[in-house]
Design a protein around this ligand. Structure first.
Ligand code: AMP
Length: 210
C-alpha cells in the first residue's frame, strides 16, 4: 500500500500551499482534486463537461468520479502521496483508509470569516497555474504573473455564491472528518493564521519526530 498524508481544512486555509511544500520536501506526489478537475474542464474532456456546472455551483463532484481521477493520476513509482481537498466526506475518508496507508492528517484550523476573506483575495494564472494572493502573496506587478507574464484571473468558482456554497459544503460534509481522523489518532491540528513558513516548520517537526 502507498503511504498517504492528508491536508484537511476549510477553503482558504492554506492546505494547497502546505501540501505543495511538504511534497517537494519529502518527494511525495501531490494530488489536488480541485486542480485536476479544473484541468479537465479547461481541456474540455468528457469528465470536464460532466463536472463543470457542479463546480461552478460550489457543490461536491460525485465520489466515483473523484476515485477514478485519483486512480488515473497516481504515479505508482512515487513513495507516497499527499492529498489536499480529498477526502471531503465520510465515504471518501473510508475509501482512503481502505486503499492507502494513512500516515497523518493535518488539519489547518481557520475561522470561517477569515477563510472567506482569504478566498476573495485569491488570483490564479490561467497559463502556468501559479497561485497568488492580493494580501499574502501578491505578484510583483499588479495583475500580472511573475512566472510567465499572463494576466491573472479570479477562479470561476470563486464567485460570492460559489464561495458561500463551498463553505456550506465544508461544514455539512467535511468538518466531520476532523473527529473521524482524531478518533483514529491520525489528526494533528495546526493554527492556519500562522505564516506559511511557521506552519511548514511545524509540519516538518511533526513528520520527522518518529
Ligand atoms: P477546491 O479547489 O479544493 O476548492 O475544489 C474546487 C471544487 O472541485 C469543489 O468545490 C468541488 O466541486 C470539486 N472537488 C474538489 N475536491 C473534491 C472532492 N474530494 N470531492 C468532490 N468534489 C471535489
Amino acid at each position: 500500500m502507498i503511504d498517504a498524508i492528508v491536508f484537511l481544512g476549510i477553503q482558504g486555509s492554506g492546505k494547497g500551499t502546505q501540501a505543495e511544500l511538504l511534497a517537494a520536501h519529502i518527494r511525495y506526489q501531490h494530488i489536488n482534486i480541485g486542480d485536476l478537475l479544473r484541468e479537465q474542464i479547461s481541456r474540455k474532456t468528457e469528465l470536464g463537461k460532466k463536472v463543470n456546472s457542479t463546480i461552478l455551483r460550489g457543490d461536491l463532484v460525485p465520489d466515483d468520479l473523484v476515485f477514478e481521477l485519483i486512480r488515473t493520476s497516481l504515479d505508482q513509482d512515487c513513495p507516497g502521496v499527499i492529498f489536499d481537498g480529498f477526502p471531503r466526506n465520510l465515504a471518501q475518508a473510508e475509501y482512503l483508509s481502505k486503499h492507502y496507508r494513512l500516515v497523518r492528517v493535518y488539519y489547518l484550523d481557520l475561522k470561517e470569516e477569515d477563510a472567506i476573506k482569504r478566498i476573495q483575495g485569491r488570483r490564479l494564472c490561467p497559463k502556468c497555474g501559479a497561485n497568488y494572493h492580493l494580501l499574502s502573496h501578491p505578484p510583483q506587478k499588479p495583475g500580472i504573473c511573475d512566472n510567465c507574464g499572463a494576466t491573472l484571473i479570479t477562479r470561476a468558482d470563486d464567485s460570492p455564491q460559489a464561495i458561500e456554497q463551498r463553505v456550506k459544503a465544508f461544514f455539512a460534509e467535511t468538518f466531520a472528518l476532523k473527529s473521524f481522523f482524531e478518533s483514529k489518532g491520525l489528526l494533528k491540528s495546526l493554527p492556519a493564521e500562522k505564516s506559511i513558513t511557521q506552519i511548514h516548520n511545524l509540519v516538518l517537526k511533526d513528520i520527522h519526530k518518529d
